[in-house]
Design a protein around this ligand. Structure first.
Ligand SMILES: NC(=O)c1ccc[n+]([C@@H]2O[C@H](COP(=O)([O-])OP(=O)(O)OC[C@H]3O[C@@H](n4cnc5c(N)ncnc54)[C@H](OP(=O)(O)O)[C@@H]3O)[C@@H](O)[C@H]2O)c1
Length: 283
């Protein structure tokens, strides 16, 4: 991995850039548009949004105004939880395309699985939603399809019942949240794993002398070390900032390498407040 333009090849041959610009919690229209313009200027070619973020319209505007042809960008969106089910999924993917003012998405994900204990048939619900994405993929509106936050039971259910295997699983990953079983199962089925919220442990690491030593050795910030950890695990890494300086800093991670010892240490870190968040518990 040598540059921001490096890609992985998904199981269907589509190229996905290894670093993506995230847009979660950015709802101010100007911040969304300016963030995308700054990210593209810094070299990012991969943008991640979601129906749930409420910013697809502004993401679309950023794409139009960023100065790079749409075809050179990799754009992802995700299905809101309230839009599960075959009919709603089909209808609301088109609504996403309309809001973004795009003819196709490079990747579309089921944002969260329906989980056990929701009162319905969670397995069938997820299969029905997936079938809608398979059809939209066949029709060319979605160049690749995948899942997000699918832990082992949800993943197995899709794998056993799908016609088209998901190409991506996007999950929370950073030191302290390593989800080895989900990563291994995703890889076993040829999915590229994407990492969200890679910078979550930043504050918890500020006083850590081993991490400070890593930063000093490489002349990098904690954010850059965390993003590098993610890349060296082979994850497509998504990161977000609304500040141009940080957008540039977060992309400046291709000129150093963490040692095996550094990686092992970061893999082993546990945080009392971060290592067992509710949102990825095996449901
Ligand atoms: N599939 C899912 O369920 C899911 C869930 C969460 C996120 N995601 C996706 O993954 C993307 C990345 O996750 P995330 O938004 O949590 O991003 P992140 O990159 O892990 O963290 C972003 C936070 O760190 C700050 N920050 C960014 N760069 C920094 C730097 N160099 N130094 C200090 N602070 C810095 C940002 O603040 P400023 O903006 O103020 O700089 C922001 O508060 C999301 O934007 C979204 O697209 C997906």
């Amino acid at each position: 991995m040598e540059s921001l333009n490096d890609t992985y090849t998904l199981s269907n041959g589509v190229e996905i850039p290894v670093l993506g610009y995230g847009t979660w919690q950015v709802t101010d229209p100007n911040e969304v548009v300016e963030g995308i313009i700054a990210a593209v200027k810094a070299g990012y070619r991969h943008i991640d949004t979601a129906q749930m973020y409420g910013n697809e319209e502004y993401v679309g505007k950023g794409i139009k105004e960023c100065g790079v042809p749409r075809e050179e960008l990799f754009v992802t969106s995700k299905l809101n939880n309230k839009n599960h089910g075959y009919d709603k999924a089909r209808k609301t993917v088109q609504e996403s395309l309309d809001r973004l003012d795009l003819d196709y998405l490079d990747l579309f994900l089921i944002h969260w699985p329906v989980v056990k204990g929701n009162g319905g048939d969670w397995k069938q619900d997820n299969i029905d939603t997936w079938r809608a994405l398979e059809e939209l993929y066949d029709e060319g509106k979605l160049k690749a399809i995948g899942i997000s936050n699918f832990a082992v039971p949800h993943l197995n259910n899709i794998v056993e019942n799908c016609r088209i295997m998901p190409m991506v699983n996007q999950i929370r990953l950073h030191p302290g949240v390593t989800q080895e079983d989900t990563v291994a199962l995703s890889h076993k089925h040829n999915m590229v794993v994407e990492a969200w919220s890679p910078l979550s442990p930043m504050e918890n690491m500020e006083e850590n002398t081993k991490v400070q030593a890593m930063c000093a050795e490489h002349g990098k910030s904690i954010a850059q070390v965390l993003l590098r950890w993610s890349l060296q695990h082979g994850f497509v890494t998504l990161t977000k900032s609304v500040h141009e300086k940080r957008i540039i800093e977060n992309a400046d991670i291709f000129d150093f390498e963490l040692s095996i010892g550094d990686m092992d240490y970061l893999d082993s870190i546990k945080f009392d407040d971060l290592s067992k968040p509710d949102d990825f518990e095996d449901r």
